[in-house]
Design a protein around this ligand. Structure first.
Ligand code: MN
Ligand code: MN
Length: 294
């Protein structure tokens, strides 16, 4: 596989993630029926939603990912304090939305200097999993670093075995996809997760798409493995509603890594916040360089 292909898939993953965030945010917290009644099929990046966003605007999912990515690039490697500092700066920038568990963890660091919380039952949201792509990209050839970096950044806010397992699994699947490995290898990663924690089983699809990491992962894997293009994967995912910006972002990450940036519909790329798209392009190059692949 050429470097060009690898970059195309890595950029596809990151831009695909942001597109899913911006597309899904419109229908976040809606039910599939409410979406159908209002939009028929929701398929355009029109903004609005409960956050009253501009068309193409992204939310915490993309912003927190960029915070992780910038810390890695600024320090040319891992610096957990820098990641946490970027989260604090982001929190204090008055972002459009922030999850409760994220807020609690970031304030714990800001006020007490603690880089992780003790395990908690209510830490099983998707807030750590949703921001891990930069760690995946920077460690494409270093699985040990991938595990350590992923879990450290996760535990700033979320410390729960289901969150940990999902974050590592989705990261490994993205890694396989960017390297152009067979889909069977990706499915094996999903099967390994289900072998470890049976609640992640996504077939038959239970139909819940909440921010609970189990619901999120089921939705993302179900639609990723049952569609055959970037566009159909994202549209199917976000029309499931609920935590649609985050399921959309994670589905966009997988589909972008599989199909490459070429398959992201031009109407979405053109609408996506261009400042965010520029940062994503710069970070992707920097992170792949750091992985020793450029
Ligand atoms: Mn969000
Ligand atoms: Mn969300």
């Amino acid at each position: 596989m050429s470097t060009e292909q690898l970059l195309d898939r890595a950029l596809g993953a990151y831009l695909g993630f942001a597109c899913g965030d911006a597309l899904g945010a419109t229908v976040e917290f809606m039910s599939p029926k409410q979406i159908q009644k209002r939009y028929g099929v929701h398929r355009d990046m029109i903004g609005g939603g409960w956050l009253n966003l501009e068309a193409g605007q992204v939310t915490d999912d993309t912003q927190m990912s960029l915070a992780v990515g910038q810390a890695i690039i600024d320090h040319q490697g891992w610096n957990i304090q820098a990641v946490a500092d970027n989260f604090v700066a982001w929190l204090e920038s008055n972002p459009p939305d922030i999850g409760n568990t994220c807020r609690r963890g970031i304030l714990r660091y800001r006020d007490n200097g603690e880089l992780f919380g003790l395990p908690r039952d209510d830490d099983a949201g998707n807030g750590a999993c949703m921001r891990n792509l930069p760690a995946v990209l920077a460690t494409l050839n270093r699985p040990d670093n991938f595990n350590a970096w992923s879990l450290q950044q996760s535990h700033i806010t979320h410390n729960h075995p289901l969150s940990d397992a999902a974050t590592l699994t989705l990261g490994r699947i993205v890694n396989c996809l960017i390297k152009g490995l067979d889909m069977d290898v990706c499915k094996q990663e999903a099967e390994r997760l289900i072998g470890q924690y049976g609640e992640f089983a996504y077939s038959p699809y239970p139909g819940k798409a909440s921010a609970y990491i189990v619901d999120t992962v089921q939705t993302v894997l179900h639609y990723f493995f049952s569609t055959d293009s970037f566009e159909s994967c994202l549209i199917a995912t976000v029309n499931q509603g609920a935590d649609a910006d985050t399921t959309g972002a994670l589905a966009g990450m997988l589909a972008g890594a599989k199909y490459g940036v070429e398959q992201i519909p031009e109407r979405w790329l053109a609408r996506l916040d261009q400042q965010i798209a520029d940062q994503i392009r710069q970070q992707t190059t920097g992170l792949i360089q750091l992985a020793g692949l450029l």
